[in-house]
Design a protein around this ligand. Structure first.
Ligand SMILES: [Mg+2]
Length: 124
């Protein structure tokens, strides 16, 4: 499997879980890709090392990438290009653009997300 993680409000929300998950995925032969809107590669590499995140590829963002794809569409384009199987991402505006062939896992923060409105399309 190819598994992708967002950093801000995903990895950073529960870094111990993502350190465990990323190491176990890699140890079992899967590929871990980090896809982030962060632009400073060196700072981002330091953060991932500090948090103990294991990965194969780090994809940072750029103004040029956003111009080519649109801000919300950029991560979806990366998932498509790299055949990502599972994508952990906190922003529903990003998830909206991801193809159905990629399963999205979104951390829910009850202080941030309106759970009632999120269930309406499913049960309304
Ligand atoms: Mg995020």
């Amino acid at each position: 499997m190819i598994v992708a993680f967002d950093i801000d409000d995903t990895i950073t929300r529960h870094p111990e879980f993502f350190a465990f998950l990323s190491k176990n995925l890699k140890n079992n032969g899967h590929t871990v890709v980090i896809i982030t809107f962060r632009e400073n590669r060196t700072e981002t590499e330091s953060l991932l090392e500090k948090l103990g995140i294991a990965y194969d590829k780090l994809i940072t963002s750029s103004l040029q990438a956003h111009m080519e794809h649109g801000v919300d569409e950029w991560k979806a384009a990366i998932c498509r290009e790299r055949n990502v199987d599972v994508f952990f991402e906190d922003d529903p505006r990003v998830i909206t653009h991801v193809d159905n062939s990629t399963i999205c896992m979104m951390p829910i923060d009850k202080d941030r997300h309106d759970l009632d409105s999120m269930t309406e399309p499913l049960f309304g």
